[in-house]
Write a protein that binds this ligand. Structure first.
Ligand code: NAD
Length: 424
């Protein structure tokens, strides 16, 4: 139920600098003026809180937490809350900025934000996590709000924490405020289709890119790194469209089948095996590092950051990379990918199906009316396809890779809105 990414990250770049390097290229191509550049690169607000929590042993521990609002130019800021022992301010800043760009790419009326608390949720009791979540909410009650800043789950948090956050916020306001947070349990106003939304968006992006590259899905092969929420749904939905998924991996290892892995079977196995593929009989085990560099048509990194780096990018043979994870490609690897002519559907486009359906959850909460699953999927698919076309058109117009094109589309929209709204 918790959203977690347990594996260590090799060659990790400073995430904020990595984001800024791409931002700078796009800003230069666009000819962004200095004033707007300075506004867009600087987070609007960075809050550090220290929240005291009574632990189960009766002692009080103080936890450091963050909320960074990168931008509210397009609308209320939106972004998850991460509970992890190694969360740090630069990471939260980068993730907040990515949210601004992601929402702008898919053209939804949100700015970007992100939060985090330095803690190890896997060594804490449910009661401790609940008190921590409520204390953090109290300390940020003036920042959060359905029209101000709307949190969601991220690593180490899930529907349970969102329910506590919504309840604590509602108690303070004296009214039930469903729309203050997304990613809630269904019974509390969550949206149908949210769980699979990111993987579905990855599939839609993959299909759109394959069409541009003249690849026939039913004649194509793929590997998917990460078999959690995003990876398993992306693999399942791509397989349903005829793509042969030759390899998948998770923290337990990588698995390969020359005839294609039966994804339904793998998901069923994982669900009965504590979320892991370990011991899966429908495939042979292989070296997880080789999974990324093996000869397939499509590579879907859907696990953690910085897995495609200068150390392995030379060996990558896929024609298309669709980034399910946030930041799976290091900035330094971009250049070689471009030289090799590999098309990348970047994270801020490929995995934006999640925030799109979070937006639908907020819309439904505000209307007080639930949509059917078909309506959610149909609208999300339309938004993903339109966004893909916008980014593709920008890549053609400016003769830049899809990643820079996605930043261009996003920065252009936020900059234009900023100009119309006016500064100080
Ligand atoms: P998850 O915890 O459900 O799954 C992560 C998967 O990756 C697990 O199968 C885990 O075993 C595997 N994994 C971890 N380290 C690995 C490694 N080194 N090699 C191979 N596999 C490894 O998480 P998720 O929700 O699927 O998120 C995956 C990525 O997608 C993250 O980068 C996340 O930020 C991004 N993302 C998720 C959403 C969402 O809605 N869930 C939205 C946008 C972006």
């Amino acid at each position: 139920m918790l959203y977690k990414e347990p594996a260590p990250i090799k060659d990790r770049e400073n995430p904020f600098e990595s984001m800024m390097s791409r931002f700078n290229i796009a800003a230069e191509v666009l000819g962004l003026d200095e004033e707007t550049y300075n506004v867009l690169k600087s987070p609007t607000r960075q809050v550090i809180v220290n929240v005291p929590v009574t632990m189960d042993d009766g002692k009080v521990r103080v936890f450091e937490g963050y909320r960074v609002v990168h931008s509210t130019i397009l609308g209320p800021s939106k972004g998850g809350i991460r509970y992890a022992p190694d969360v740090f301010l630069d990471e939260v800043k980068a993730l907040a900025a990515w949210m601004t760009w992601k929402c702008a790419v898919v053209d939804i009326p949100y700015g970007g934000a992100k939060g985090g608390i330095i803690c190890d949720p896997y060594s804490m009791s449910a009661g401790e996590i609940e008190r921590l979540t409520r204390a953090y909410t109290q300390s940020l009650v003036d920042i959060f709000g359905p029209d101000r800043d709307i949190p969601a789950p991220d690593m180490g948090t899930g529907p349970r924490e969102m329910a506590w956050l919504m309840d604590e916020y509602s108690k303070t306001k004296g009214s039930t405020e469903h729309a203050v947070v997304t990613g809630k349990p269904l019974v509390l106003g969550g949206s149908l289709g949210r769980v699979e939304a990111t993987g579905r968006g990855v599939m839609v992006s993959a299909m759109a890119a394959m069409e541009k590259l003249g690849m026939d899905p039913s004649n194509s092969t793929a590997v998917v790194q990460g078999f959690g929420n995003v990876g398993s749904w992306a693999a399942k939905l791509m397989a349903e469209r005829g793509v042969k998924i030759l390899g998948v991996s998770d923290v337990s290892g990588a698995y390969w089948n020359d005839n294609g892995i039966d994804i339904e079977e793998a998901i069923e196995y994982k669900n009965g095996n504590n979320g892991r593929l370990e011991g899966f009989k429908g495939a042979e085990q292989m070296d997880p590092d080789e999974l990324l560099t093996t000869k397939v048509d499509v590579l879907v990194p859907a696990a953690v950051e910085d897995v495609i780096t200068i150390h392995n990018v030379d060996k990558i043979q896929a024609k298309l990379i669709v980034e399910g994870a946030n930041g799976p490609t290091s900035y330094k690897a971009d250049k070689i990918i471009n030289e090799k002519g590999i098309m990348v559907v970047p994270d801020i486009l490929a995995n934006s199906g999640g925030v799109t359906v979070s937006y639908f959850e907020w819309v439904q909460n505000r209307m007080g009316f639930k949509w059917t699953l078909d309506r959610v999927n149909e609208r999300a698919e339309r938004i993903m396809n339109e966004s893909f076309e916008r980014v593709y058109a920008a890549s053609q117009k400016y003769n830049v890779p899809m990643r820079i094109a996605a930043y261009i589309v996003a920065i252009d929209k936020v900059a234009m809105t900023y100009k119309y709204r006016g500064g100080f």
